[in-house]
Design a protein around this ligand. Structure first.
Ligand SMILES: Cc1ncc(C[n+]2csc(CCOP(=O)(O)OP(=O)(O)O)c2C)c(N)n1
Ligand SMILES: [Mg+2]
Length: 327
């Protein structure tokens, strides 16, 4: 079977990226307003094509396990932006009732099982989800997102090894964004391409231009089919660039300005706008961008209107058997 990429889907990829960018730009703005957002804010500026391309290539029954840079994955999956924004603000109306904040977002209704911000933990946690899919013969795949820095963690090696030995339906998606915190890729990784490790686990691996949304979509689509066919895991490395600091607290003084400027020229949204314009699918992106901004305005309004959770509810919905109510 060949992947579907009709005009409607192509526009979806584009509007997904616009929504993600608008959402992250708002997070950036609010993160610098005193007292507006609790905790560390980590955005995916510049990495939108990976979220849109991979997530749109998934089937409904497939599952996502994600990491600290998760907003784009969730928005592309159709998670409600208002509930996400409220969660990021720690509000009662949030996805997880204000208890997860930005770093532990989960939306089981959309098969986004969890966000783990323990670097390298997500691939190992994904093993449980993939094992369940395999055991129940669900024809479903677990897609796990992790960074190039995470690829150096022992847990990622264990996950890849186990997935390959047990032929689990896992697509490992490495977002190689040239940085892990303030460490450049060559400081923590002796090889240029993480995907070169795939043969060592007896799984297929591929490097794709992570700023080319269609290339990401086709590569992910092919691998999702491979995993769904019961052939085991696969590794997709999407090469991109982290366009902002590690988080909004980080002014990225250590980043070479020329390098940043060169990557800005490869912006995934600008590039795709050009492609769609050349194919007469897009007149101007201003209307679509404005719609994305309005969606984010509505999300912020919803979140602002939501109360903070009551202190006495702090332990509700945290434990399967709340302390004091065991059995
Ligand atoms: C086990 C562990 N070590 C360190 C950290 C601190 N930390 C958070 S994100 C990060 C860098 C991760 O880099 P990468 O995996 O490339 O993801 P990126 O941030 O570039 O998306 C580090 C070191 C952590 N959260 N967990
Ligand atoms: Mg990285």
């Amino acid at each position: 079977m060949q992947p579907q990429l009709d005009d409607q889907m192509r526009l979806k990829l584009f509007t997904d990226m616009l929504l993600i960018r608008a959402f992250e730009e708002r997070i950036t703005q609010m993160a610098h307003e005193q007292g507006r957002l609790p905790g560390m804010q980590i955005t995916c500026h510049g990495q939108e094509a990976i979220a849109a391309g991979v997530v749109r290539a998934m089937a409904e029954q497939d599952v996502i396990v994600t990491n600290h840079r998760s907003h784009g994955h969730m928005l592309a999956r159709g998670v409600d932006p208002g509930a996400m924004m409220a969660e990021i603000m720690g509000k009662e109306g949030g996805l997880n009732r204000g208890k997860s904040g930005t770093l532990h977002l989960a939306d089981p209704a959309h098969n986004v099982l969890m966000t783990s911000t323990v670097v390298g933990a997500a691939p190992l946690l994904a093993m449980g989800a993939a094992f369940a899919q395999h055991y129940r013969q669900e024809q479903a795949v677990t897609c796990v997102f992790f960074g190039d820095g995470a690829a150096a963690e022992g847990s990622v090696h264990e996950a890849m090894n186990m997935a390959a030995v047990w032929k689990l339906p896992v697509l490992f998606v490495c977002e190689s964004n040239c940085w892990a915190g303030a460490q450049a890729h060559d400081v923590h990784c002796p090889i240029g391409k993480i995907a070169d490790r795939a043969p060592g686990y007896d799984m297929p691996g591929q490097v794709v231009d992570g700023n080319d949304v269609e290339a990401v979509y086709f590569a992910a689509w092919k691998f999702f089919q491979y995993c769904r066919d019961g052939r085991g895991p696969a590794l997709l490395e999407c090469q991109t660039y982290r366009m902002r600091g590690h988080g909004e607290h980080d002014p990225q003084h250590y980043v070479d300005k020329d390098e940043l400027a060169a990557w800005a020229l490869r912006d995934p949204i600008d590039r795709y706008a050009q492609v769609l314009q050349n194919d007469s699918l897009l007149d101007s992106r201003d209307v679509l961008r404005q719609q994305a901004v309005q969606t984010v305005d509505a999300a912020v309004a919803f979140a602002d209107a939501s109360p903070y959770p009551a202190p006495e509810e702090a332990l509700d919905h945290v434990y399967a058997n709340p302390i004091g109510q065991e059995g």
